[in-house]
Design a protein. Structure first.
Length: 145
């Protein structure tokens, strides 16, 4: 199964000036910007924060819509995508934090930190956690919007 952390956003004029950005699939993510470049940058950050918050509440992440008229794709930053992937993989693995720690050769405290959406975790450790959970990351590079 392939998972992407890119969602479609609606950019529309804000009555107070600039642009308002909303996500039909992630209503918790709302932001804006003075111009399109700032709105898109803020959108990626707001989306990442909203998705982390959804996981912290113990809810499943919404599935991104395949397409939508007048919508633009927005992806979260790679570090947040890795973190979310680890947390989602752990949630479906059916193992304890102690078992994840054992598979990684780390203490349970470290496993808890890896699974904390707000705790920074280095890329090598997140890759190792994904591997321990039977997953691997594949990176895609796209033209900037």
């Amino acid at each position: 199964m392939t998972k992407t952390y890119q969602y479609l956003a609606r950019l529309e004029p804000d009555p107070e000036g600039g642009l308002l950005v909303t996500f039909p699939d992630v209503p918790e993510a709302i932001t804006g910007g003075a111009d399109e470049a700032e709105a898109r940058a803020n959108a990626a950050e707001a989306l990442g924060l909203a998705l982390r918050g959804i996981l912290q509440l113990g809810r499943a992440l919404p599935q991104p819509a395949a397409k939508g008229r007048g919508l633009v794709p927005v992806a979260i930053d790679p570090e947040t995508a890795f973190k979310l992937a680890v947390i989602e993989a752990f949630g479906t693995a059916g193992i304890s934090k102690s078992e994840l720690a054992r598979r990684l050769g780390r203490g349970e405290t470290e496993a808890r930190r890896i699974l904390d959406p707000d705790h920074p975790t280095g890329l090598p450790l997140m890759k190792a956690a994904l591997a321990a959970l039977g997953k691997q990351a594949v990176v895609s590079i796209m033209d900037a919007a």
